[in-house]
Ligand binder design. Structure first.
Ligand SMILES: Cc1cc2nc3c(=O)[nH]c(=O)nc-3n(C[C@H](O)[C@H](O)[C@H](O)COP(=O)(O)OP(=O)(O)OC[C@H]3O[C@@H](n4cnc5c(N)ncnc54)[C@H](O)[C@@H]3O)c2cc1C
Length: 408
C-alpha cells in the first residue's frame, strides 16, 4: 500500500508532527519541531535506530563556525558553495547549495548551544575537493556517536521515538494533504495514526534493487554499504502524490582507502594490505601481470614529471615518486547512498511537479534531493549529512510551525 485515499479523518490517535525515520535528519527535525511547541512522534522501523547515520564517519561539513575560528581557519559559505559546485561541475541545485551552505554552521552551533551536542573541527586530513578544514565531528569521531548524542537530546526533550514501527503507507485526501499513516508493527499488526504535518526522514533508495535498476542501472550488482532499511519509501510516496523527483541518478560510490577510515584500519589489521620490495614480488602477491604493473609505474612517473595527464584526473605532481616497499590493497567500489530525491523548497516542503508545495509534507536528508548534481561524479564528501542536518532542521521547524498554527 502506497497511498490510501481518504476524505475524512477518522483516526483514534493523532499527533501534530510525525517524523518517519530516526537517523540524523529525523532527530534534527524532531528537535526543531518540538522547539515550535508542537507535539512530535518519531517512527522508526528498526528495533534500535541506526540508519546510515550510524554507519557513517559522522563528519558534517560547515563553514564560518566558531570551532573553525578558534583554530584560525578562514572559511565562509560562499567558498563552501563554490567547492560543492566545482565537484558537481556546476550542476548541483544552486538554491539548495546556497541554502545548505549558509545554514550548516548555524545548525551545528544550534545543536551545540540548544541541545548540548559538542562539535570540533576534524584536523589532519583535508578532504579532497574541500579548500578548507571544515568537517565537524563529535569528540568520538563516529557516526554512531553522533546519532547516539542526537537521540540523547531528543530523549531530554521527552520526544517519543517509537521503534519497530514501519510506516507502510500514507492516508491522503484529494488535495494531496497527508491525513495520517499506516504503521506496521513487528508482530504483523497495523495501526493507523493521524498527523497534521509529516516529515519524511527515511533516507533514499540504496536498499531497493528495483528503484536502483530504474534510476541508476549502472549500479546493478554493486554492493550496498548503507542501511538496508532505506527502501525508497519517501520517493514512492512522493511520486504517488505528484512530487517532483530530482537528480535521481546521483549517488556516492566509495572505496575507503586511508588510515583515517576505521574500515580501512580493520582491513589492515586483517592483513588485507600486502607489501613487496620489487615488481616481481608485487606481481606475485597481487596476481597481476608484471608487464601491467610496469606500465602503471611508468604512467605514474610520467604524471609525476608532468609529461602526461592522468585520465582519472589525479594529480601526482606534488606527490613523491613511488619507492619500495610497495603496498597493495584490493579496492572495490560499493554504493554508500543515493543522492537524488524529493524536490524541496527553502522550508524543506516537498514540491509538486507543477511547481507548488504539497500542503503538509516535508523532507530532508537522503529522502530529499541532494547537492551532488545528476551523477556519481558530483558527490563532495559530507554532502550526505549536510542535507540531513540542514533540511532536517528546516523541515522540523516549518512542520512544527504549521502544526502549531493549525491548532490555534
Ligand atoms: C559507510 C558510510 C559512510 C558515510 N560517511 C559520511 C560522512 O562522513 N559524512 C557525510 O556527510 N555523509 C556520510 N555518509 C552518508 C550519510 O550517512 C547519510 O547521508 C545520512 O546519514 C543520511 O541521514 P538520514 O537521516 O537521511 O538517513 P538515515 O540515517 O539512514 O536514517 C533513515 C532512517 O529511516 C528509517 N526508515 C526507512 N524507511 C522507513 C519507514 N518506512 N518507516 C519507518 N522508518 C523508516 C531507517 O530505518 C533509518 O533508521 C556515509 C554513508 C555511509 C553508508
Amino acid at each position: 500500500m502506497i497511498l490510501l485515499r481518504s476524505t475524512e479523518t477518522v483516526f483514534a490517535n493523532e499527533v501534530e508532527v510525525l517524523v518517519v525515520g530516526a537517523g540524523a535528519c529525523g532527530m534534527t527535525a524532531a528537535l526543531a519541531a518540538s522547539e515550535q511547541g508542537a507535539e512530535v512522534l518519531v517512527l522508526e522501523r528498526d528495533s534500535k535506530p541506526s540508519g546510515s547515520t550510524s554507519l557513517s564517519s559522522g563528519f558534517i561539513p560547515a563553514s564560518g563556525t566558531r570551532w573553525q575560528k578558534e583554530k584560525g581557519i578562514e572559511d565562509d559559505p560562499e567558498l563552501f558553495a563554490k567547492d560543492i559546485q566545482q565537484k558537481a561541475k556546476g550542476k548541483a541545485d544552486e538554491a539548495l547549495v546556497r541554502l545548505t551552505t549558509e545554514f550548516a554552521g548555524p545548525c551545528l552551533e544550534w545543536l551545540s548551544d540548544q541541545h548540548g551536542i559538542p562539535f570540533e573541527v576534524l584536523e589532519g586530513f583535508l578532504y579532497p575537493g574541500h579548500s578548507r578544514l571544515r568537517m565537524h565531528t563529535v569528540p568520538e569521531h563516529t557516526g554512531s556517536s553522533l546519532l547516539q548524542r542526537l537521540h540523547q537530546s531528543v530523549a531530554k526533550r521527552e520526544i517519543p521515538v517509537l521503534c519497530e514501527a514501519t510506516v507502510s503507507g500514507l492516508f491522503v485526501n484529494n488535495h494531496q494533504k497527508v491525513l495520517g499513516v499506516r504503521v506496521l508493527r513487528s508482530d504483523g499488526s497495523t495501526e493507523d495514526l493521524g498527523c497534521r504535518t509529516l516529515v519524511l526522514a527515511c533516507n533514499g533508495y540504496g536498499g531497493n534493487a528495483k528503484l536502483l535498476k530504474r534510476f541508476i542501472p549502472e549500479l546493478e550488482g554493486m554492493h550496498y554499504f548503507g542501511h538496508n532499511g532505506n527502501q525508497g519509501d519517501a520517493v514512492l510516496w512522493g511520486e504517488a502524490l505528484g512530487a517532483e523527483l530530482r537528480d535521481m541518478s546521483a549517488f556516492q560510490g566509495h572505496g575507503s582507502v586511508g588510515l583515517e577510515f576505521e574500515d580501512y584500519r580493520n582491513a589492515d589489521q586483517m592483513g588485507a594490505i600486502r607489501s613487496a620490495h620489487d615488481l616481481e614480488k608485487l606481481s606475485k602477491i597481487t596476481s597481476l601481470p608484471k608487464s601491467n604493473l610496469e606500465r602503471t609505474f611508468q604512467d605514474i612517473e610520467d604524471f609525476h614529471l608532468g609529461k602526461r595527464e592522468d585520465s582519472f584526473g589525479r594529480d601526482f605532481k606534488e606527490k613523491p615518486m613511488l619507492e619500495p616497499p610497495y603496498y597493495a590493497v584490493q579496492v572495490s567500489c560499493s554504493l554508500f547512498h543515493t543522492q537524488g530525491g524529493l524536490a524541496v523548497n527553502s522550508e524543506a516542503r516537498v514540491m509538486h511537479k507543477e511547481g507548488h508545495p504539497l500542503p503538509n509534507l516535508f523532507a530532508g536528508g537522503g529522502a530529499a534531493q541532494g547537492v551532488s548534481g545528476p551523477a556519481v561524479w558530483g558527490y563532495l564528501s559530507g554532502n550526505g549529512l549536510l542535507t540531513a542536518i540542514t533540511l532536517g532542521r528546516l523541515a522540523g521547524e516549518h512542520a512544527g510551525k504549521q502544526a502549531s498554527q493549525s491548532k490555534a
